[in-house]
Design a binder for this molecule. Structure first.
Ligand SMILES: [Zn+2]
Ligand SMILES: [Zn+2]
Length: 281
């Protein structure tokens, strides 16, 4: 897997992962103990308590039973899996079946259906906000928001006693500041950019780029995937600090595909470009 160290307003965010369309995608944020998809088993996945499964395609879900099994073997309780409602029953059945195959107890994993628009607490100071992407099956995108409480700026400079008095009188003296830190688009066509315009300003944008050649544009549209031309078209409007690309089709060899993506995007892009594509063994 690849390791990225990304400068953000929160601090250095570590991101590990690897991706290839049809084989496996996983994006791990170990500081937040969060995995975005679990396309194949990975040792680094096991300690992470929260997993978002964007949709039911095997390249995004196959690592889940191994994650649950390894957590049970290592005595780690309380995993949570966030899934689109359409596959919640299937994912719960998959985990129950795998636990039965192993002959042991059911895994201690909660499968949580989440609909687009829902917000869930992740851990202190962080929330997950879900949205729909435009793939050919129901697919969840996910935004990690950094949430801080601060004194309302217009109250700065007041004495603590005065602030206490106002607070006691019922005045709201604090407010939440929400920073969209990471957005993960899973599998999607470009329509998601129009539906979710805030994506252009999230600090770390993780987006797929499956197809590269002009001849593959029709295929990209048919199956709800991003084409390199879609990103070229939108590059000038992206104000992110980092753009992380995933999900390269196996129609492209890793080296030439990487060079093609970099040569098309680097000259026209504001965000720093990172590629998570790997050659899985
Ligand atoms: Zn996929
Ligand atoms: Zn898919």
């Amino acid at each position: 897997m690849k390791q990225l160290h990304l400068a953000t307003s929160w601090g250095e965010l570590r991101l590990a992962g690897g991706s290839r369309a049809g084989e496996a995608s996983l994006v791990l944020l170990p500081q937040l103990r969060l995995a975005l998809d679990a396309g194949r088993p990975a040792r680094a996945l096991v300690p992470l308590g929260d997993v978002v499964v964007s949709h039911g395609h095997m390249d995004h879900v196959l690592g889940l039973p191994a994650w649950a099994s390894q957590r049970q073997l290592n005595g780690i309780p309380g995993g949570r899996v966030y899934v689109p409602p359409a596959i919640a029953g299937g994912v719960a059945e998959l985990l129950a079946t795998c636990a039965r195959l192993e002959g042991g107890k059911p895994y201690d994993v909660e499968v949580i259906p989440v609909a687009p628009g829902e917000v869930r607490p992740l851990r202190r100071g962080f929330e997950l906000r879900f949205f729909a992407t435009s793939h050919w099956v129901e697919t969840l995108g996910c935004c990690v928001e950094w949430v801080r409480h601060r004194l309302r700026p217009e109250l700065a400079g007041l004495e603590p006693a005065e602030l206490q008095r106002r607070h006691a009188a019922g005045e709201a003296i604090a407010e939440d500041v929400r920073t969209p830190l990471v957005a993960y688009l899973a599998d999607t066509g470009p329509e998601v950019f129009a539906a979710q315009p805030w994506l252009a300003d999230v600090e770390v944008l993780v987006v797929e780029c499956t197809f590269l050649r002009p001849s593959e544009l029709e295929r990209a549209r048919r199956f709800g995937h991003m084409h390199l031309d879609d990103l070229v078209e939108r590059a000038a409007g992206l104000r992110n600090r980092h753009l992380v690309l995933t999900h390269l089709s196996r129609r492209h060899r890793l080296g030439p595909g990487t060079r093609l993506i970099r040569s098309a995007l680097t000259p026209i892009l504001t965000p720093e470009l990172h590629l998570l594509n790997v050659e899985w063994e």
